[in-house]
Design a protein around this ligand. Structure first.
Ligand code: ADE
Length: 263
């Protein structure tokens, strides 16, 4: 999978791409990250990429011409084919659609993504209208620019690309089915007086699986009850959650209550 990243600060990407799993995936040729310096597409003597906003106000806005030229050049670098249609051009911006594991999985199905890093004051709206297909935010806070957001997206998407990490680690993890992860332990069996839960050393695979499922349910109820409304829950899951005090929205009073709160 290929990621084209358009940025005013290509140097920011050196660290994350040169360590650990991403480094290995790049070396193995499973993913390819191509950095493009937007400043190289500015045509004036000072290579200007931003300007003051029309109407006044603080900060600077990214000029349309260099950014548009950069996007168009990048799109023309790998011509569209049937196997590789036009890649989505995605702008990193705090007013974009909130990034989730579901979006990461969707993006991982493309052979190529074009990620545009805006500076936080903004990108000229006309470039957004003309050339941006999708806008993504990595959370409700404001970064100095889209670079860290692009790195988050590359990291979350790359690890879902077949061959980057083993499939098993992805299947069980937080969010893949709408639940948080179960607690993990490794040796020693007792650390500073704290023992590993006995079921994990019992050798009973069925009991381990049940304990893990219940821990996931308990954790999700405690920390992110909002996720339970959308999680894939079995009747056994629901029964267990009810023993923990969960107000099952599909049962009796809970159903009436949720109907009442909606009206
Ligand atoms: N640029 C600045 N803040 C951002 C955010 N939260 N997500 C994506 N891009 C950004």
């Amino acid at each position: 999978m290929r990621f084209d990243v358009l940025t005013l600060f290509p140097g920011m990407f050196a660290g994350p791409l040169n360590e650990s799993i991403l480094k290995r995936a790049i070396q193995a040729g499973v993913i390819n990250v191509v950095l493009h310096d937007i400043r190289a597409y500015a045509t004036d003597r000072h290579r200007t990429t931003d300007d003051a906003p029309y109407g006044g106000g603080a900060g600077m806005v990214m000029k349309p011409e260099p950014l548009a030229a950069c996007i168009r050049a990048v799109l023309s670098m790998a011509p569209e084919t049937e196997e590789s249609p036009k890649p989505p051009v995605i702008l990193m911006t705090p007013d974009g659609e909130p990034f989730t594991q579901r979006i990461a999985a969707e993006l991982a199905t493309y052979p190529r993504l074009v990620l545009v890093c805006g500076r936080y004051e903004g990108v000229d709206e006309r470039v957004r209208e003309a050339l941006i297909d999708r806008e993504i935010s990595i959370g409700d806070y404001v970064l100095t620019g889209g670079e860290l957001a692009a790195m988050v997206i590359i990291d979350a998407v790359a690890r879902l690309v077949p061959g980057v990490i083993d499939a098993e680690s992805i299947a069980d993890e937080s969010f893949s089915d709408g639940l948080l992860e179960y607690p993990q332990y490794t040796r020693p069996a007792v650390w500073e007086g704290r023992a590993v839960p006995p079921v994990l050393v019992s050798g009973h695979h069925g009991e381990v699986a049940q304990w893990r499922r219940r821990e996931r349910l308990r954790r999700t109820l405690e920390r992110r009850p909002d996720l339970l409304a959308r999680a894939a829950l079995t009747e056994t899951d629901r029964a267990y959650l009810r023993t923990l005090g969960w107000n099952d929205p599909t049962v009796g009073e809970g159903a009436e209550h949720s109907a009442a709160t909606k009206s």
